[in-house]
Design a protein around this ligand. Structure first.
Ligand SMILES: *Cc1c(COP(=O)(O)O)cnc(C)c1O
Length: 401
């Protein structure tokens, strides 16, 4: 693998040079005033990225998976009933985690390539007149399938049923790259990690809580200690942490939020959409299709490309790494071998995306796929030449380096 080439895995993402420098910082005393001064603006910045005015923000030294665990153990009790759709590897893993915590998950199976089954959710919630379901889980952006779910729709389903269940949302591969509206969608807990839209190394679980989630924490009886929201909220209030905070990564997060806001959040989302659309045009020009079943489901952070019958998607990934030093994502779970994934989130530009598209073409040609070299690149070039640079047409390179 070359360290010169960008990666095209859907997280960890490429790390911009100034974020690499931001985490390279001398040790400070985390019990000193300098840490107190550093923490509050970071928590407020995360809140702005999630478009929330009121959410409590908690940051654990962990990853997105730790955020899942924190979300459920702090708001639920063993035996509580949950409603969750399974439509990819990440929604599957979250369900598995809940089951291992002895929660009773009602699983709605959906085709991999479709999003959260909003209509099924509504039907089940309406039937649950005793309000036994305590929480609804949804994965906003299924990184395995490249599918975006309609979280506003899940909220509407809860409201239409007049159901008080908490809405817990995995936003690990969407937040800070795709529009996420914590308050507007009345999300009770939103979860992400540092290594996706925030463009940092892995190591932070970022969890945002509505007032309803904060209230649920008082009665939840799932065991938790390291991930106890109560300890974190209490110590954060005076600027501290219940244990050693990951100061260097937090500093990186502060700089990452600054970069996102300098580019402008809407421009960041528009950039991701434009880059993704170029990749999608390339896939179409190759004569291939996406795992996502329809345009409304297309993710702007990862494209899951279905390989032709008889071809092996995993070989695309291993050959790209071995021959060209470029990383793509393999198919996960039931998609293993059937797809490969192009991650295009975080620190990414049109020009970087073109290099990934060109590499994928060389790999597929090497492996005997029936594609024409240059076809996808040309389709993406045409699109990038004719499209604008985001909401207010700022230079596209702003987010990088
Ligand atoms: C990456 C990812 C996770 C897991 O996060 P980790 O940081 O690897 O624990 C969870 N959900 C989604 C949608 C992801 O993309």
């Amino acid at each position: 693998m070359s360290t010169q080439n960008p990666v095209f895995i859907p997280g960890p993402t490429n790390i911009p040079e100034n974020l690499r420098r931001a985490v390279d910082y001398p040790t400070i005393d985390h019990r000193s005033a300098s840490f107190v001064e550093m923490l509050q603006p970071i928590l407020a910045g995360v809140r702005r990225v999630l478009k929330s005015g009121t959410a409590e923000t908690i940051i654990f030294p962990s990853t997105g998976t730790g955020g899942w665990e924190a979300a459920i153990t702090n708001t639920l009790s063993p035996g509580d009933k949950l409603l969750a759709g399974r439509y990819g590897m990440f929604s599957h893993r979250w369900i598995d985690l809940c089951q291992r915590h002895k929660l009773d998950v009602q699983i709605v199976e959906a085709e991999w390539g479709r999003g959260a089954p909003v209509e099924d959710y509504e039907r089940i919630l309406r039937a649950d007149t005793n309000h036994e379901i305590k929480a609804v889980l949804a994965c906003h952006n299924e990184t395995a399938t490249g599918v975006k779910s309609d979280i506003a729709g899940v909220r509407r389903a809860l409201d239409a049923a007049g159901h008080p269940a908490l809405l817990l949302v995995d936003g690990v591969s969407s937040i800070a790259s795709m529009d996420f509206r914590m308050d507007e969608w009345s999300v009770d807990i939103a979860i992400t990690g540092s290594q996706k839209g925030f463009m940092l190394p892995a190591g932070l679980a970022i969890v945002c809580l509505s007032p309803k989630a904060v209230a649920a924490m008082e009665t939840a009886s799932c065991p938790r200690c390291f991930f106890d929201f109560r300890d974190m909220l209490k110590t954060n209030a005076s600027g501290g942490f219940p244990y050693t905070p990951p100061v260097n990564l937090l500093r990186g997060l502060q700089v990452a939020i600054g970069m996102l806001e300098e580019e402008g959040l809407e421009n960041v989302f528009a950039r991701h959409n434009r880059i993704a659309e170029g990749v999608r045009r390339a896939v179409a020009a190759w004569g291939l299709s996406l795992c996502a079943k329809e345009p409304g489901l297309y993710s702007d952070t990862v494209s899951t490309v279905v390989v032709p019958d008889g071809m092996d998607g995993t070989k695309v990934v291993t050959h790209a790494a071995e021959k060209y030093g470029v990383a793509f994502g393999v198919g996960l779970g039931e998609l293993a071998g059937k797809v490969f994934r192009i991650g295009h989130l975080g620190s990414m530009t049109d020009v970087m995306a073109l290099s990934g598209i060109a590499t994928a073409e060389m790999v597929m040609a090497d492996l005997g796929f029936p594609i024409t070299l240059g076809s996808g690149v040309a389709a993406a070039q045409d699109y990038y030449r004719s499209s604008t640079n985001g909401a207010d047409e700022k230079p596209v390179l702003r987010a990088v380096q």
